[in-house]
Design a protein around this ligand. Structure first.
Ligand code: NI
Length: 169
């Protein structure tokens, strides 16, 4: 097990589009385990491979209170989205300290492989649905702040660059 460094916005590598995973092998299983460990350590509810600079279609999620329901989604595809949406306050491990509203589908159905390579379909609503949509965006190279106005986004960019400069001193 290993903790992996998380890329921080506005790192351009966060805009890389991830490639499908051809085989769920030991390397992918290790990657998923390391990503879960990294997510729990950072107190996040989701992490996409993109955020640890691995550009393959893999996300891990745990939205449970007890932090004991890890989910691994490999090559996730949305097969259905609800006709209704809602505005939800979101944050991201790659944009620490920033929270803002993003409109998401109320419910989604997603098809993916699990960590054993088994195909499964998950119907999600509430926080899980939001988290799946947020993490799948990462795989497309999209960070949630890109839904905000250019003014807000630039303000966040400046704040992040300043924070990273202070941290590296
Ligand atoms: Ni995120």
């Amino acid at each position: 097990m290993a903790l992996l460094p998380i890329l921080c916005y506005p790192d351009p590598k966060l805009h890389t589009v991830a490639k499908p995973i051809a085989a769920v092998d030991a390397r992918i299983q290790q990657l998923a385990a390391d990503m879960l460990e990294t997510m729990y350590d950072a107190k996040g509810i989701g992490l996409a491979a993109t955020q640890i600079n691995v550009h393959e279609r893999l996300i891990v999620i745990d939205v449970s209170e007890e932090r004991d329901q890890p989910m691994v989604l490999i090559n996730p595809e949305l097969v259905w989205t609800s006709p209704t949406t809602h505005l939800n306050e979101e944050g991201c491990l790659s944009v620490p300290g920033i929270y803002d509203g993003v409109t998401r589908f109320d419910a989604v159905r997603v098809k993916a492989l699990d960590e054993k390579g088994q195909s499964r379909e998950i119907e999600a609503d509430g926080l899980l649905a939001v988290c799946i949509q947020h993490e799948m965006d990462h795989l497309m190279g999209k960070v949630f702040v890109e839904y905000l106005s250019p003014l807000k986004r630039n303000r966040i960019k400046t704040k992040m660059i300043k924070a990273q400069r202070e941290e590296s001193r």
